[in-house]
Write a new protein. Structure first.
Length: 391
């Protein structure tokens, strides 16, 4: 067997090649992070290998810096292993008490890890091409977070400019309210608006829900409002509304692409009551290839949902907390999806009620239900069977 360790960086990668006899085939060398460097690496591996399936290539999970090299190696047919930097760090420390860390040392450490066969799973073609779905779901996550922050700003600005409005509508974050505030961004503007213009605007954007009576109510409230007349805040309100509308359009486009990929994948996760395209896509994207995990417990550990363990001698911590290490996106998606599944599925609803009856806090009970959900998802994905809802 040939073992190739690669320490990934932004502009260059350090590599080390050895064989199963411990013979160093190529001392640590550096390649550029470009096609010429990739070809250089491939030619060196090719010069010492007999069969592509007798080669193991390992590299640290360093985000986008490793993505292009990873794709190149997979396209060349090499069994490739993406290793958590935490594992590399712990393995290096286990080999020596000296605090020695350089890129070349890390490349050799990774090759040594591959030789020791420390329960590593190769990165499959499925996982690599699943990156598109992961990129989309994470991009949507960021955009939704941006929109949420802007909505907080809307609430703050309305509290200054027209505080009475919030109690007059179900929520400030409605298309009709946004249209009203964009056209008349303060109580003073609404108070001086022509009634016909105000009525027509509200009726049009609310699709007939608001009529002339509503316009009169809004205008009367505006005339008696304690809201401040601050042109700078009014301008900020208009711009914030415009930014939210642009984000709405972007998020809709992202979700359309997510739905397209999920339809192509045809994952049984969508058969679970309460799991939407968005949450289902995020879970599938973050887990990637289910064959990488021997059991649901491995997925729980990857998501940081497994309890931490501490025991030393007679000391044993019985109140362990979740580790919260690993993919925070997966942890977020599982936790939130579980809430909806517990609402819509009788089995999960009963399980949550049982945990609550045991005296567990709601979030603790949800975390238990999330572990149950992971086991169900794992089974469905491995068997490719749809979820059967109990009556």
């Amino acid at each position: 067997m040939i073992f190739v360790g690669i320490d990934v960086a932004k502009d260059k990668h350090d590599c080390f090649i050895t064989n199963s006899d411990g013979e160093v085939l190529y001392k640590a060398f550096t390649i550029a992070n470009n096609l010429e460097g990739f070809i250089n690496l491939y030619q060196r591996i090719e010069s010492v290998m007999e069969d592509v399936h007798k080669v193991k290539v390992g590299l640290e999970a360093t985000g986008h810096y490793s993505y292009n090299l990873l794709g190149y190696l997979i396209d060349k047919g090499f069994p490739t292993y993406v290793i958590n930097p935490l594992h590399t760090n712990l393995y290096r420390k286990s080999l020596s008490l000296r605090q020695t860390k350089t890129d070349k040392v890390d490349a050799r450490t990774i090759a040594s890890m591959l030789m020791s066969d420390v329960n590593l799973k190769s990165y499959s073609d499925t996982s690599y091409h699943n990156e598109e779905l992961k990129s989309l779901t994470r991009y949507r996550f960021v955009k939704v977070k941006e929109r949420s922050a802007l909505k907080v700003s809307i609430s703050r600005l309305v509290c200054i400019l027209f505080p009475e409005l919030e109690k007059m509508v179900p929520t400030l974050h409605m298309a009709s309210v946004y249209a009203l505030l964009y056209e008349f961004p303060s109580a003073k503007h609404i108070a001086s608006a022509h009634l016909t213009r105000l009525s027509n605007l509200l009726e049009k954007v609310s699709k007939g829900h608001y009529h002339k009576e509503t316009a009169i109510t809004f205008r009367d409230a505006a005339r008696n409002s304690v809201g401040s007349n601050m042109p700078a805040k009014s301008l900020e309100l208009k711009h914030t509304i415009k930014l939210i509308q642009e984000l709405d359009s972007e998020i809709e486009e992202i979700e359309s692409q997510i739905n397209r990929i999920m339809d192509e994948i045809s994952s049984p996760i969508l058969s679970i009551p309460g799991i939407s395209y968005r949450m289902g896509a995020m879970i599938i994207a973050e887990i990637g290839d289910f064959n990488r995990f021997d059991s649901p417990d491995k997925i729980l550990a990857y998501a940081g949902l497994s309890p931490s363990t501490y025991q030393s001698g007679q000391l044993d911590n019985p109140h362990s907390r979740m580790e919260k290490r690993g993919s925070r996106y997966l942890r977020y998606a599982l936790f939130n999806a579980t809430k909806y599944v517990c609402h819509w599925d009788p089995t999960f609803n009963a399980y949550l009620a049982k945990k609550r009856a045991e005296g567990k806090h709601y979030n603790v009970a949800i975390s238990h239900a999330a572990k149950k959900l992971v086991r169900v998802i794992y089974q469905l994905e491995k068997t490719r069977q749809a979820y059967i809802k109990s009556v």
